[in-house]
Write a protein that binds this ligand. Structure first.
Ligand SMILES: *Cc1c(COP(=O)(O)O)cnc(C)c1O
Length: 362
């Protein structure tokens, strides 16, 4: 048995061990082809079947109907920052964004290249320590954009505000895709770089309501139109076969475990164990997110009394086989990313270490 650590990396992030084992077992001879999935034609029947099955599984696990199209895209979530406004901007109508962190800001920056952007709510003046309450989007805006989970700061939307019925809701779910059950039909377009909660780097998942496919200006570049990829079932050009294959294995694994509802339950338990440890530390550990209702199930961010202690605990954790705990430089301290594939056992080990560390250093 290989020596595995508990991996709290923010992205790329840990994958389920059974998925890695299956990929290993199928490496030399995938689907009876005598080749790995990386070596077969993306036009062949074996690849085609897997590719489409992966798309169906996304719909099945999230509850999307045929009104929606699942797309496998490239360029990361960062490419979606420009594809969204490129495809969905409407001359004369504002694009409305909520600014809840670094990724929101990047999305807003790109949208400004395509028209008038209105930031309808922001938590920037409080260093993104919460997600705003009572957000409202205007009737007649081109679309409403939100970042579902703020990976760097550690906040998450646990409900999505109502949008006027003619306004498509667009959400970047890169770091909270399938972390909990959502009401699928409320979203017009959802996208995610999969390397946090669904697979390896190299593919971006988008799910789009089909009526939005034709909104794009005719003159947009072919590769940047959703309709190009939709019309060809994400086989317009060579897709990232390997990355999609690993996603498919993760989706199979999720289905077998009981779907998104199962992971939501475990995610809530894991987050509770960790937040309870922070809250019961008498202030030794201090969460970055001051509003408890805004705390992320996926990225738990906190500080210690001094930077020295932070460095020390991260070193000690690493020695104990708990890696990836250093916070992002804009928040500092520690960040434990506890995505779907992080087991409760790892979270309990981390909490144990935190308690021991506090007893020694307080
Ligand atoms: C990581 C991340 C991104 C960037 O994803 P890339 O695939 O690297 O472009 C965008 N949004 C959120 C919320 C993220 O966590």
């Amino acid at each position: 048995m290989a020596k595995r650590v508990f991996n709290f990396n923010a992205g790329p992030a840990t994958l389920p061990v059974p998925v890695l084992e299956r990929a290993r077992d199928e490496m030399l001879d995938w689907a009876g082809t005598g080749m790995s999935v990386m070596e077969v034609s993306h036009r062949g029947k074996e690849y085609d079947a897997m590719h489409h099955e992966a798309m169906s599984l996304v719909k099945e696990l999230m509850g999307w109907t045929d009104e929606y199209k699942v797309l496998w895209l490239q360029g990361g979530a960062s490419m979606q920052f420009l594809m969204v406004p490129q495809n969905l901007a409407v001359p004369g109508k504002p694009m409305e964004y909520v600014n809840t962190g670094a990724w929101s800001k990047k999305a807003i920056k790109e949208a400004k290249l395509f028209g008038d952007v209105k930031v309808v709510a922001s938590s920037e003046d409080k260093n993104f320590t919460f997600v705003p309450k009572d957000v409202s989007f205007s009737e007649g805006s081109a679309f409403a954009h939100m970042t579902g989970n703020n990976t760097i700061y550690g906040s998450e939307w646990h409900y999505y505000p109502k949008v006027p019925s003619d306004v498509p809701l667009v959400v970047d779910m890169s770091s909270n895709l399938m972390d909990k059950v959502i009401e699928a039909k409320r979203f017009a377009l959802l996208y995610a770089g999969v390397q946090k909660n669904l697979g390896p780097a190299g593919v971006t998942l988008a799910v789009i309501r089909q009526d939005l496919l034709t909104r794009v200006p005719e003159k947009a570049p072919t590769m940047l139109k959703y309709i190009t990829h939709s019309a060809e079932d994400s086989l317009y050009n060579t897709p990232p076969c390997w990355a999609i294959y690993i996603c498919k294995l993760v989706l199979d694994y999720m289905k077998e475990k009981g779907g998104v509802a199962y992971f939501e339950r475990v995610n809530r338990e894991k987050a509770k164990v960790l937040y309870d440890a922070i809250d019961s530390s008498g202030g030794f550990y201090k969460g970055h997110i001051t509003d408890k209702d805004s705390r992320s199930l996926m990225n738990v961010t906190f500080r210690l009394p001094t930077e020295d202690l932070e460095k020390q605990i991260i070193d000690e954790a690493k020695k104990a086989g708990l890696v990836g705990l250093k916070g992002h430089r804009s928040v500092g301290g520690m960040r434990a990313s506890i995505y779907n594939a992080v087991p409760m056992e790892g979270v309990k080990k981390l909490v144990e270490l935190m308690k021991d560390f506090q007893a020694k250093h307080q």
